[in-house]
Design a binder for this molecule. Structure first.
Ligand SMILES: Nc1ncnc2c1ncn2[C@@H]1O[C@H](COP(=O)(O)OP(=O)(O)OP(=O)(O)O)[C@@H](O)[C@H]1O
Length: 316
């Protein structure tokens, strides 16, 4: 579904690659977390999948397309199979919830009849059935992210890319968003999510790809946020913090075998040698151990697991 073959991305005017010689495969239906310190290459990875950036070296295949040879005129059609969600929602402020979602469908030429059926269906799925007439500024952050997710999935993409979708949300609201993304994944959409949220990754136990300085240093089924964590440091300022340390600059390239279909059916986790110790620190967002990871009694803002996507009829 997504395959990177020895992909290197070096931005113009820079010497160190944002991604270096990355080879991996993501299969249909997987839920994959991309983790790594700020600047490790997560967003670059997602942008390459969208063909917003071109690899400097190597090949990328997405949904059967070789992106290095895909003609520019075909890119808009290719992108219809991908949904994207960002940390900052990116809604159109002057449009209602309904119109924000409908806009995506109008742009690709769907009929009014299709839109009138598909938009309410998807708003119901994301738990916003009663809020179609509101404007973004009349919604909470979690609700705005639900609109953004509705917009991303209304055309039933094969792949959903999410770049820190819970980055601006509190833990309870984040849990509701993760329930929603899990449901979307359970309905058949492959999900790739870049995140710094250790609590979410540790709770979900999905495949984790960890980047350090553009290198894949870990690719693990049912992984945690950082199994290579270097444990506790005491900063003597405020609370004692758990610091997971990685040295982006000094990380040795890891010899990680690419994840293939065969590897994913094997029993053992796929993991790489530990990163070396370190001078620069990334402090992940801390989630209290007592806090439940999924919607529960203290997650009032999170609706129950939404029903499966309803197939809208009347597509023109
Ligand atoms: N357009 C660009 N031009 C030049 N360098 C860039 C560009 N975009 C990203 N980079 C560099 O590439 C590296 C990887 O950046 P990227 O945004 O992919 O990291 P990230 O892991 O997504 O970071 P964050 O968690 O902060 O979003 C960084 O060193 C960054 O400065």
């Amino acid at each position: 579904m997504i395959r990177f073959d020895q992909v290197t991305k070096t931005y113009p005017g820079t010497t160190r690659p944002a991604l270096g010689n990355v080879s991996l495969e993501v299969l249909k239906g997987e839920f994959v977390f991309l983790v790594g310190a700020s600047g490790s290459g997560k967003s670059s990875f997602l942008r390459l999948i969208l063909k917003e950036e071109r690899p400097t070296k190597g090949k990328i295949h997405v949904l059967g397309h070789d992106l290095t040879t895909l003609a520019n005129r075909k890119v808009p059609y290719f992108r219809r199979s991908l949904g994207v969600v960002f940390q900052d929602f990116r809604l159109l402020p002057a449009k209602t919830v309904f119109d924000n979602v409908a806009f995506t469908l109008q742009v690709i030429g769907k009929s009014k009849g299709f839109i009138q059926e598909a938009v309410p269906d998807v708003l119901k799925m994301v738990g916003l059935a009663g809020k179609a007439g509101r404007f973004p500024h009349e919604l909470s952050g979690g609700e705005q992210q639900r609109v953004a997710i509705a917009r991303a999935i209304v055309n039933k993409p094969a792949i959903l890319l999410a770049d820190e979708p819970t980055g601006n949300l509190d833990p309870a609201t984040s849990a509701g968003i993760m329930t929603l993304l899990s449901t979307i994944n359970a309905n058949g959409t492959t999900v790739l999510m870049a995140t710094h949220d250790s609590g979410i990754v540790d709770t979900m136990k999905r495949r984790v790809i960890e980047l350090i300085s553009g290198q894949v240093v870990r690719d693990e089924r049912q992984g945690g946020y950082q199994t290579q964590a270097i444990p506790v440091q005491d900063f003597s300022i405020g609370e004692r913090q758990q610091v997971h340390a990685v040295n982006a600059a000094d990380a040795a390239p890891a010899s990680v075998p690419p994840v293939t279909a065969a590897a994913l059916t094997a029993a053992a986790p796929i993991s790489a040698p530990a990163a070396p110790q370190t001078a620069s620190f990334y402090v992940p967002k801390q989630r209290p151990a007592s806090e439940p990871p999924a919607p529960g009694p203290n997650t009032a803002s999170a609706p129950p697991v939404p029903p499966p996507l309803v197939e809208p009829g009347g597509d023109a």
